[in-house]
Design a protein around this ligand. Structure first.
Ligand SMILES: [Zn+2]
Ligand SMILES: [Zn+2]
Length: 377
């Protein structure tokens, strides 16, 4: 059994062994594939599968026979948990390890610290959907500052201190925050460059479906990706980040809503996406996060006792409250549903159908009574 510190290394480990890193990732159920020596791009595929080869034959990656034959063609499509394949691929220890974030059910926030000039209209361009105060916007130097502003907007602690989740420092001083995707949710990677397509914020890149992330412990020509802080496992994607990712278009419509899921007004989602950065709004959002956290914690609490312990009642109460927050426009419905299901199954892993049914009726009941902070009623 490989211990995490042995596998991933820490500040004192000069260069962790890539095969052990790959085995540790596979043990977390994260499909791995090799990186070109010294680089953070996948090993090039065979002549037939490589786009820039004269022998290239256009074909879809899915179903490519190379993958069935244990080849690493097509980058993250090759991701594997197979110990024999891992032993073969990393027989050359110069190859780094990458994780296929989509099938690993991971959402990784890649926080850059590039010394590029901030956008010209920083108040609105640093964080899409939010309008920052000029002083706040002017204080931003890099992605770490942007993520801290986003966290503060949601009244959260410093997210890059290493306490929140598995946190990895990159050789270029960037930060990777690793999270688990909530059950039954699928998240898109950020698209295109800084100013095109889907994005969470300036110098903030999202790696999820269709993405890859360099595994902690991997060494490239620039240095080693080092886990920092005490946490070595990804936390569940927190509600505040799920909310921000939903508002910026990163939540996929799939898996499609089942008949069991409730319909809520689109207005709620739109309202959550457009909360302006003013004090009353910020207080409102903090209040909503706190209300949600309190009832979800009560559900998690049931997991510490084996049976009974009012699990159904706690799930129902949480669903009712979150339904009210959804209807009030404080939390997006998919984030509420995902958070509820995750908390319910975290406490009682084998009760998925009961959980879905209680969440459905609780959310439906809650959405008939929108919740607002006391002073606004
Ligand atoms: Zn091939
Ligand atoms: Zn191929």
């Amino acid at each position: 059994m490989t211990s995490t510190v042995d596998a991933l290394g820490d500040q004192r480990t000069p260069r962790p062994d890539p095969e052990r890193v790959a085995r540790w990732c596979a043990a977390q159920q994260w499909p791995v594939f090799p990186l070109a020596p010294g680089r953070k791009i996948p090993m090039p595929g065979c002549r037939r599968c490589r786009h820039n080869s004269p022998a290239y034959e256009p074909h879809p990656a899915r179903g490519c026979p190379c993958l069935a034959n244990g080849g690493w063609c097509h980058g993250f499509y090759a991701g594997t948990l197979d110990p024999a394949l891992i032993a073969r691929w990393w027989s050359d220890p110069r190859r780094g390890v990458a994780v296929a974030t989509g099938p690993a059910r991971l959402v990784v926030i890649d926080v850059d610290r590039h010394t590029t000039t901030p956008p010209e209209d920083p108040e609105t361009a640093l964080l899409p959907g939010l309008t920052l105060a000029p002083a706040q916007a002017a204080s931003v130097r890099d992605g770490v500052d942007v993520l801290r502003l986003l966290a503060r907007h949601h009244r959260q602690d410093d997210p890059v201190a290493g306490e929140l989740t598995l946190t990895v420092r990159t050789p270029s001083e960037g930060i990777h925050l690793w999270f688990r995707a909530p059950a039954r949710t699928r998240w898109y990677s950020s698209g295109g460059g800084d100013h095109r397509g889907r994005r969470l914020g300036w110098q903030l890149d999202v790696r999820a479906d269709g993405g890859l992330i360099v595994a902690p412990g991997t060494t490239t020509a620039c240095g080693t990706y080092r886990p920092i802080g005490p946490v070595r496992r990804p936390a569940l994607l927190p509600v505040w980040l799920a909310t921000a990712l939903t508002a910026t278009g990163h939540l996929a419509d799939e898996p499609p809503p089942t008949a069991q899921e409730v319909k809520v007004p689109n207005r709620a989602r739109a309202a959550a996406a457009g909360v302006p950065d003013q004090h009353p709004a910020r207080d409102r959002q903090g209040w909503a996060q706190q209300s949600a956290a309190t009832v979800l914690e009560a559900v998690a609490e049931c997991g510490r006792v084996s049976e009974g312990a009012g699990w159904s009642a706690a799930v129902n109460r949480a669903a009712y409250t979150l339904g009210g927050l959804v209807a009030g426009g404080h939390i997006p419905q998919p984030a509420a549903h995902a958070a509820l299901l995750e908390a319910a199954l975290g406490a009682r892993p084998h009760k998925e159908s009961a959980a879905l049914s209680i969440i459905r009726s609780g959310l439906a009941a809650g959405t008939r009574r929108a919740l607002h902070p006391k002073d606004e009623r």
